[in-house]
Ligand binder design. Sequence first.
Ligand SMILES: Cc1cc2nc3c(=O)[nH]c(=O)nc-3n(C[C@H](O)[C@H](O)[C@H](O)COP(=O)(O)O)c2cc1C
Length: 191
Amino acid sequence: MKFLILQGSPRKNGNTMQCLQPFCETLKNAGHEVDLVWLYDKKIAGCRACRFCQEDWSKFTCTIQDDAVFLADQIMSSDCIILATPIYSWYCTPPMKALLDRMVYGMNMYYGERKGPSLWAGKKMAIVTTCGYRPEKGADLFEEGIRRYCRHSQLQYMGMLAERHLGYQSAFMDETKAAHARAFALKLCKV
Ligand SMILES: Cc1cc2nc3c(=O)[nH]c(=O)nc-3n(C[C@H](O)[C@H](O)[C@H](O)COP(=O)(O)O)c2cc1C
């Protein structure tokens, strides 16, 4: 399988990346292809709801010619999209939210005069996240949002790996978290 990791943290050596290291290593060791994109390095403007994307049902189109257009190509050529993000104000970080908005219109032909297809139907989507609260209180709303996003877009929601950050004064990563990340990667490889 081809995994595309959309990395929404601004911190290149941050907690989310530390969870992704054993996760990616496990996917690669199992023979899968893994691409990682740092969303804070990309230009991704917000959707303007002009609905130009609804005119051509054959591909992703957009009046805003920024990095979201290349990311749409990468998404189309992947099998499983990993949303990797720290939780900010109970959701993902701003560049990931902007990308999710661009894709929910650009990929789903639901908003024109007639209802058309979802261009990315059947692809898998999963979450790797870290948050300050216990995941049940920190990542629950984001997970529910993505569950609905997947149902709406005809994607297969594959689950979430969520780890808690206890504060900047303590080391984040430990063997238990690494084991969770490896187990989650193996779960995604099996399906
Ligand atoms: C601006 C900001 C907003 C945050 N909002 C939340 C939040 O709503 N809920 C939560 O549990 N943690 C929140 N956190 C904590 C981060 O999710 C946590 O520190 C995370 O592990 C950071 O990941 P990173 O090192 O990959 O960037 C917030 C952190 C920042 C900087």
